[in-house]
Design a protein around this ligand. Structure first.
Ligand code: ATP
Ligand code: MG
Length: 361
């Protein structure tokens, strides 16, 4: 096992495309790190550079204290699982897993032992004689994982390995990958653009956008303490609700003034807004923090646009002027389109963002 360190990594394709821009990251020994970001933000390119499949334009990659930047993929002690599995169709499952071990000139006995161990961890012991065409997508995906862990890599890279699986299998495979990680202890980097997958699997999440790191933190950090509008919007389903508000100081107390509410801020929020000093602010509130209350306790009222029952809860879309806001409510009482609902939220749930920079205040 080992740490993985990326120092000032930049990747350009031709003159115009900067796929990864000045990327700095240290992955701890044994950590399960998730790279999360929208399509095209540079996740695969970053993984391919770590694996040695793509040259870096600038920067240095270390595995432990070994500089691997110029090393061939086979000399890095890194395994990668690709989105499309890339298992070899003309080889049996056993031979797929054994292939890299044979290249390492391991003894027949050791190969058999390693293949069986990897097959046990990935629960494909019964399938070793089959060919990929005789397997389901989920089983092929396990073969790809087994092949990658059989070589006992120091660094284990998984690039959207679950994206071809159906929703239910995806969720159960998540759990299994985490358990394989716990058993092998390999330092792992996992790519996804699915924020709920990232939240449920990661020790730490790296949120990326346009080739750059936007925020690094635990799932709780990036969710509850999003450092900018992009993260507050990208993480969470439904995402954070945003309200444009004016800041006013009335008799020494700070108010947030919105066409539909006027809130007198508590001490902590007042201090944050005072330091910020500007007149306009974007207020972010997570959907589960806005609750239905009796009219006399309401901060604002709104008309229900649609309500989507989810079994355990309902997602209620509210129309306020030309904005749609979404809240999460208990499944009962059922709320219907056209209802007028009364809403409140605690001040501790408020997050402030600068409309110009998009950064957290
Ligand atoms: N070989 C290449 N030549 C030119 N541009 C490339 C090449 N590979 C990737 N890119 C560009 O680099 C950027 C990052 O691509 P990358 O594949 O790393 O994104 P990604 O985050 O993995 O996206 P996705 O979630 O869709 O897989 C994109 O703008 C892409 O078009
Ligand atoms: Mg990709």
């Amino acid at each position: 096992m080992a740490t993985l360190t990326l120092v000032d990594i930049t990747k350009r394709f031709g003159r115009s495309v900067i796929a990864v821009n000045n990327f700095n990251l240290e992955v701890e020994d044994g950590e399960f790190l998730v790279l999360l970001g929208p399509s095209g933000c540079g996740k695969t390119t970053t993984m391919r550079m770590i694996a040695g499949l793509e040259e870096v334009t600038e920067g240095t990659i270390y595995i432990g204290d070994r500089d691997v930047t110029g090393l061939a993929p086979k000399d890095r002690n890194v395994s990668m699982v690709f989105q499309n599995y890339a298992v070899w169709p003309h080889m049996s499952v056993f031979d797929n897993i054994a292939y890299a071990l044979k290249l390492k000139k391991m003894s027949k006995q050791d190969i058999e032992k390693s293949v069986k161990e990897a097959a046990r961890l990935t629960k494909i012991d019964e399938l070793l004689e089959r060919y990929p065409a005789q397997l389901s997508g989920g089983q092929q995906q396990r073969v790809a994982v087994a092949r990658a862990i059989a070589v006992k890599p120091q660094i284990f890279l998984l690039d959207e390995p679950l994206s071809n699986l159906d929703a239910k299998l995806r969720v159960s495979t998540r759990t299994e990958l985490k358990s394989i990680h716990a058993q092998t202890g390999a330092t792992s980097v996992f790519v996804t653009h699915d924020q709920s997958e990232a939240m449920s699997m990661a020790d730490r999440i790296v949120v990326m956008k346009d080739g750059e790191i936007i925020q690094v933190g635990s799932p709780d950090d990036v969710y509850h303490e999003s450092n900018c509008l992009f993260v507050a919007d990208f993480i969470g389903t439904p995402p954070t609700n945003f309200f444009d508000a004016d800041v006013k100081s009335v008799n020494g107390a700070y108010h947030l003034i919105h066409p539909h509410f006027d809130i007198t801020l508590d001490e902590k929020n007042s201090a944050a807004i005072k330091n910020y000093g500007k007149k306009a602010v974007i207020v972010g509130i997570r959907p589960e923090n806005i609750t239905l209350v009796e009219e006399q306790k309401a901060i604002l009222s709104a008309e229900v646009h649609v309500s989507e029952p989810q079994g355990s809860h309902q997602i209620v879309a509210l129309q306020l002027d030309d904005h749609i806001y979404k809240i999460i409510s208990p499944s009962l009482p059922r709320i219907e389109a056209g209802d007028i609902v009364h809403l409140a939220f605690p001040q501790s749930a408020l997050r402030f963002y600068d409309p110009e920079s998009g950064l957290r205040v």
